[in-house]
Design a protein. Structure first.
Length: 367
């Protein structure tokens, strides 16, 4: 019972803590300097990854790709003269946008009445050497209607593309789960079942998945385990200091009990750099499942919970605050999950229309 209560507590934090009301907004104020200082302080006091916690801290890269630890105070010193010189709201938004770019976190963004300003992440920033990090996904190759890999391309009402891959006398069930805002509902599971029952292995492709529901990450991972397993830890921010953090609380995945459990089937989870947020968390969880191998490229990261704060001028700033996730070794997952087997789709593969990550998955599942 104690374990069940702890899981419920953890999940409650994950699923309900999406907005933090800050105390800065007493009345409307459109002064540029005031708004930038409020913005800077909100990040300084609430952002999860400014400290040297659990061996991880944000890096800043120069034009030569040389890493230095992020100093948020230096960002203030660099940007404040620009704020004082700004004459339009658009200029202020641009300055705040350049500030959050230093965080390289897809869970950070700004919204105003006239624009949305996202944060450049590690991979889509022009540094350091983005060519070192291939996309590792050929759009439409597998699930396009002219697919030469799947025997037939099915598409569920929920938008999931799936089918069977045949290699000699072996068959493999393939599912591309491209968005964790879309669950695997009862209808999906019923449609998958006759194919899975005939399969020798399961290829669960989450490449290009930007995330969505944290609850879904737990639920789907539970379909690949026979018993409750430790999959990571959750840490809460407990104060305004960079390293004001709670002790890690364990996160568990429990097996599904609804008749759709695939723990006995050898499974490959496919990842690439465009796997973010709760999909990144799912990759972390699946590395602990006994019969699962993660194959492909390092995921894009995202281990913090996005929370909303308000500026005096009515703008909102969203950032990774309140809580973040660690793996089973208590290491940050913010910078992504390394696969068990690293495979890169080469230029030659692209020219030949070969998905070498899928092919490696088939090889591993055939052993």
């Amino acid at each position: 019972m104690k374990h069940i209560l702890s899981i419920i507590t953890v999940l409650t934090v994950f699923f309900t803590a999406s907005c933090v009301k800050n105390d800065y907004v007493k009345e409307a104020n459109y002064d540029f300097k005031t708004n930038y200082e409020v913005f800077w302080n909100l990040v300084n006091e609430n952002y999860c990854f400014l400290g040297d916690n659990y061996g991880y801290r944000k890096n800043v890269y120069d034009e030569n790709g040389v890493a230095q630890k992020l100093d948020w105070n230096k960002v203030y010193e660099e940007m404040m003269p620009q704020v004082e010189a700004a004459t339009t709201e658009e200029e202020l938004m641009d300055i705040m946008g350049k500030s959050i770019d230093y965080l390289q976190d897809g869970h950070v963004w700004l919204d105003s009445k006239f624009t949305h300003r996202g944060c450049f992440t590690f991979y889509n920033k022009a540094y350091p050497n983005p060519e070192k990090y291939p996309t590792n996904f050929i759009s439409g190759l597998i699930t396009g209607q002219s697919s030469k890999i799947l025997d037939y391309v099915y598409r569920s009402r929920n938008g999931h593309r799936y089918g069977m891959i045949t290699r000699g006398d072996k068959k493999f069930f393939y599912l591309h789960h491209a968005d964790f805002t879309k669950d695997l509902n009862k209808e999906d599971l019923e449609m998958f079942k006759p194919l899975i029952d005939k399969a020798d292995g399961f290829i669960y492709d989450i490449r290009t998945n930007p995330g969505g529901s944290a609850q879904l990450s737990f639920e789907i991972a539970g379909r690949f385990v026979k018993e409750k397993i430790l999959v990571g830890y959750q840490v809460l921010k407990s104060g305004k200091g960079y390293n004001d953090l709670t002790e890690p609380s364990p996160l568990y995945v429990v097996p599904s009990k609804d008749g759709y459990n695939w723990a006995d089937m050898k499974t490959a989870v496919l990842t690439n750099r465009d796997v973010y947020s709760t999909a990144n968390m799912f990759a972390c969880f699946m590395k602990e499942a006994p019969n699962v191998t993660v194959i492909g490229g390092r995921s894009g990261g995202g281990g913090g919970l996005p929370c909303t704060f308000y500026l005096p001028n009515g703008w909102t700033v969203v950032m990774s605050a309140h809580t973040f996730t660690l793996d089973v070794d208590k290491k940050q997952i913010e910078a992504g999950i390394e696969p068990d087997i690293y495979v890169t789709i080469t230029d030659q593969d692209i020219a030949n229309r070969v998905d070498s990550i899928v092919e490696r998955a088939i090889k591993e599942l055939s052993k």
